[in-house]
Design a protein around this ligand. Structure first.
Ligand code: C2E
Ligand code: CA
Ligand code: CA
Ligand code: CA
Length: 275
């Protein structure tokens, strides 16, 4: 233990110290930003693969940093997860997304990403219920997205939490399918309404016959289990056509729209639904 201690100690010499310092200052900046209201939600439409109409918008968080401009989610979400800041940030995202969606036309849904850290303890049920209650959004218009990492952490606890969410009337999607610790048995054991096919498969669709075969099989499997499928990262007309022809039910990606600020949602609905 002594020598191990020395080895570990040596690791924290200058270079490591600088890394830790940067993380610590980013963490303090995140806390400050959360209090100062620097986070914002952008929304990306999810369209019906057959009719092209928008059925939902995915909420994607952005950090409008006073000095650095918009910081993308992938640069701060991992640190928020490690530090536990994702819990208050995630609660804010739920509140904001439900409050925004309540004014959208018709039966448009909003989808919200939940991270594994939000499933610690009693899980996100209370935050979801509070956001629905405060906004007045019907539960049927909220969908939550989780990744395989949530189930890997604690499958029985996750199952109980997802069942509780579903009993509120919220629907549940499995995000980034195919990238993680995929076990096909998850699809049978967990009550998913939808599976989101990761954009890495979509981008390889036309280039690589193997990817096309995998995506075709995933969509057929999900369909036969009664689940809807959203393909992520659709950027080209040929990807759209290929996904439509193999029965993918919904499409999302830059081909339709980049994520936009909440204020642009009504105009986007008009543009896409009249196209
Ligand atoms: P994700 O949930 O898989 O979100 C999709 C990501 O793909 C988004 O990146 C989106 O902007 C991007 N994207 C959409 N269409 C296309 C396309 O056609 N091509 C390409 N190349 N990319 C596309 P973003 O917004 O940077 O988010 C990254 C990740 O950060 C998300 O991946 C999600 O895991 C996480 N995240 C974002 N917002 C939240 C949040 O509110 N809570 C939590 N827990 N995680 C979030
Ligand atoms: Ca997502
Ligand atoms: Ca995804
Ligand atoms: Ca992702």
């Amino acid at each position: 233990a002594k020598s191990e201690g020395r080895g570990v100690f040596r690791f924290f010499e200058p270079e490591m110290d600088a890394v830790m310092q940067r993380r610590l200052s980013l963490e303090m900046d995140l806390r400050r930003g959360l209090e100062a209201g620097e986070f914002e939600l952008f929304y990306q439409p999810v369209v019906d693969a057959v009719t092209g109409r928008i059925g939902a918008f995915e909420a994607l968080v952005r950090w409008r940093h006073p000095g650095r401009g918009f910081v993308p989610a992938e640069e701060f979400i991992p640190l928020c997860e490690e530090t536990g800041l994702i819990v208050p940030l995630g609660a804010w995202v739920l509140q904001r997304a439900c409050a925004d969606a309540v004014s959208w036309p018709g039966s448009l849904k909003v989808t919200v990403n939940l991270s594994p850290a939000q499933f610690a303890g009693a899980g996100p049920g209370a935050a979801v219920a509070a956001a629905l209650e405060a906004s007045g959004l019907p539960a049927s218009r909220l969908e939550v997205e989780i990744t395989e990492a949530v189930m890997v952490r604690d499958a029985p606890a996750t199952l109980a939490i997802l069942r509780a969410l579903k009993s509120l009337g919220v629907s549940v999607a499995l995000d980034d399918f195919g990238t993680g610790y995929s076990s096909l048995s998850y699809l049978r054991e967990f009550p998913f309404d939808r599976v989101k096919i990761d954009k890495s498969f979509v981008s390889d669709l036309s280039r690589d016959e193997g990817s096309a075969a995998i995506v075709t099989a995933m969509i057929a499997l999900c369909g036969s289990l009664g689940m809807a499928t959203t393909a992520e990262g659709v950027e080209t007309v040929s990807q759209m056509a290929a996904l439509g022809s193999i029965g993918c039910t919904n499409l999302q990606g830059f081909l339709f729209s980049r994520p936009v600020p909440a204020s642009e949602v009504p105009a986007l609905c008009q543009r896409l639904d009249e196209a």
